[in-house]
Design a protein around this ligand. Structure first.
Ligand code: ZN
Ligand code: ZN
Length: 269
C-alpha cells in the first residue's frame, strides 16, 4: 500500500485547501506521511505559483501543521520547482517539474487547456506537434543537471489531453526519440521518477503519468519511482493510488521509494 504523497498544493498556490486540511485528509486516507510541494515562485505574473510573500506564509503554516500532526502524520516541506524559477533553498526535498513550452514560448504552459496547446502548435511550432514534443523533452537536459532535484515531476505532462481531445502522437518516431533521450539523461543523473495521478483526479486521464511504455523503459534501467496524486484539494490526497500501484506492478516494479528523516528508502509494493 502506498503510504506517502509528496506532491500537494494548497491555498498558498493553486490548491483549494489549507495545509492543515490536507494533512487531516491524508491521515484519514491512511497515509503515514505527507509532503507539501507548492509551485516555486515564477519570474512573471501568473495565477498558479506561490509569490515570495505567500511562500513565507505557506512555510509557516506547513511547520504549524507538522507540529500539530506530530505522532499522527509525518510532514515534509518540499517544493515543486519549475525550471524557470531561481534555485530552491531550505527544502526537505525538491520535485523538478517542467510546465512551460520552452524558449520559443517561455510563458505558455502545456497543461493549461487543449486550446492553448493546439494554438501553440499552430502559432509557435508551425503546425508540427512533434516539434513541440521535441522542445518539451529537450528541457529535461537542464533539469537532469540540477543536483538539487530529487524527483522528476510528471515526465510526459504534455500528454494530459491525449485521451480527449487527443493532441500528440506518443507513438511517433520523433516523439519517442525525444522522450527516450530525456529519460536516459534523467536516469543517468539518478533522479527518482514520479508516477502522478493528478490528471485522473481532474477527470482528464484514466491513467497516471508517465505512460506504461515509459514506465517499462524506466524499469529496464532500474530507475527509482514513487507515487503522488499532485493533489490540489483534500479529497484527492490519495486519488487513484491503487490504480498507480497496479500499473507499477504490471510494468515490473516491486518497490517504490519513500522519503524518511534519513532520506529516500525503498519499500515493497
Ligand atoms: Zn506540475
Ligand atoms: Zn503539482
Amino acid at each position: 500500500m502506498i503510504r506517502q504523497n509528496l506532491h500537494t498544493h494548497t491555498v498558498y498556490d493553486d490548491g483549494a485547501n489549507t495545509p492543515m486540511e490536507m494533512a487531516i485528509a491524508a491521515a484519514d486516507a491512511g497515509l503515514t506521511s505527507l509532503g507539501f510541494s507548492g509551485h516555486s515562485v515564477l519570474p512573471y505574473e501568473n495565477d498558479w505559483a506561490m509569490t515570495e510573500r505567500s511562500r513565507v506564509e505557506w512555510l509557516a503554516k506547513v511547520r504549524e501543521t507538522k507540529s500539530a500532526m506530530s505522532g499522527r502524520l509525518e510532514v515534509f516541506a518540499g517544493l515543486e520547482w519549475d525550471l524557470l524559477s531561481a534555485p530552491p533553498e531550505g527544502c526537505d526535498y525538491v520535485i523538478g517539474s517542467i510546465h512551460h513550452l520552452g524558449p520559443a514560448a517561455p510563458h505558455l504552459t502545456v497543461d493549461e487547456s487543449p486550446e492553448v496547446t493546439l494554438r501553440a502548435i499552430d502559432e509557435v511550432f508551425g503546425g508540427d506537434r512533434d516539434s513541440l514534443a521535441e522542445a518539451w523533452f529537450a528541457q529535461y537536459e537542464a533539469l537532469a543537471r540540477c543536483g538539487f532535484v530529487d524527483i522528476v515531476g510528471h515526465l510526459d505532462l504534455l500528454t494530459k489531453f491525449d485521451e480527449r481531445p487527443g493532441i500528440f502522437d506518443a507513438g511517433s518516431r520523433r516523439f519517442r526519440e525525444a522522450a527516450m533521450e530525456a529519460l536516459e539523461l534523467l536516469c543517468r543523473a539518478d533522479k527518482i521518477f514520479e508516477v502522478n495521478t493528478g490528471a485522473i483526479a481532474r477527470g482528464r486521464r484514466s491513467v497516471p503519468y508517465p505512460s506504461a511504455e515509459l514506465l517499462r523503459e524506466l524499469k529496464a534501467r532500474e530507475a527509482r519511482v514513487l507515487v503522488t496524486s499532485d493533489a490540489h484539494s483534500a479529497d484527492t490526497v490519495a486519488c487513484a493510488f491503487p490504480r498507480a500501484e497496479a500499473l507499477l506492478r504490471e510494468t515490473g516494479f516491486r518497490e517504490i521509494w519513500e522519503l524518511t528523516g534519513r532520506g529516500f528508502v525503498p519499500v515493497p509494493i
